[in-house]
Design a protein around this ligand. Sequence first.
Ligand code: ADP
Length: 159
Amino acid sequence: MIAIYPGSFDPITYGHLDIISRCASKFDKVIVAVLNNKNKNVVFSIEDRVAMIKELTDKYPNIEVDSFNGLLIDYAKVKNADIIIRGLRAVSDYEYEMQMSLYNKKLYPEIETMFLVSKSTYSYLSSSIVKEIASYGGDISSFVPPTVEKRIKSKIVNK
Ligand code: ADP
């Protein structure tokens, strides 16, 4: 089975990495698909986001990291994916995720969306909160790996 784990990953956090490692042991192949959406306000370029994920998932032979534009289901068809993986944190994720999954199912009935409940330690962790804490000089070492922490800091200093 081929699974796609899509998202902005701006940047990748320990919450995302937890989902990735759990999927890696369950599927034949997992494609971490970074959304290259020009309308989204992102801090890291698509190249940087992909490079960080590649570096951190190097140890999993069945993980592929890629980027995509446009509709996720069009990309999923090209990649022959069976399943879309999404992480669920608090209840607040639920409404948007349900809408997306119903819409994807309508456009592409063969695909299933599977939700993995976030590890409790990471249930309040998001890329935006990490960026916000970092912008005020807070400690983000328990939220992102050292390589990501370094890149966030250099972005903020260079801002
Ligand atoms: P998007 O812009 O698509 O929401 P994100 O990079 O914010 O992209 O998230 C990608 C996926 O990872 C989403 O399914 C999101 O719910 C999930 N995710 C984000 N942070 C966490 C976390 N701390 N624990 C579990 N899943 C998470």
